[in-house]
Design a protein around this ligand. Sequence first.
Ligand code: HEC
Length: 141
Amino acid sequence: MKTLIFLGLAVSFFLCSQLKADEKKLPEGQKIFLKYGCNECHTVLAASIGKSDKKSTDDEEEAAEKENEAIKPPDLSNIGNEKKGEWVDLYLRKKEAIEGRKHKKRFKGNKEEKTTLVEWLGTLKTVPEVKDTKTDGKKAK
Ligand code: HEC
């Protein structure tokens, strides 16, 4: 009987810890990334974020998309190695640019959310598998 109780307790402890692990699975920054639809354009393959096919209702975005369809949003799996947090912060507020091109979308969340998002992006340091052979693996910036 004692062993049965012990087993029962062990099983429920195990289930509880599994549940907790599930809740914690997504980092806050990633939740913000998804919340503001960054994945409508960007993938983060290293964090298993594929492209969402949710159509945007944002006029600013739609106009921007039409204006310059040639520039594809990059996968952000290695952004932590490529850009400083400070730069990303400014870029998301359209105060920084890539070769004169500002970001398509101004970040609309609050300051806290922006900080959390930028911090999370800074942790993404996985070189994506697919490399552009034409530029010798280096991305044109
Ligand atoms: C409407 C599509 C679109 C949405 C939505 C979007 N982006 Fe972008 N993003 C782009 C494009 C296109 C580029 C590349 C711009 C260029 O090279 O001029 C880019 C570039 C970036 C870069 C720089 C990448 C690099 O390699 O230097 C970062 C960082 C970034 N986006 C983060 C975000 C975040 C965070 C969000 C959500 C708040 C977001 N983006 C939402 C289209 C989008």
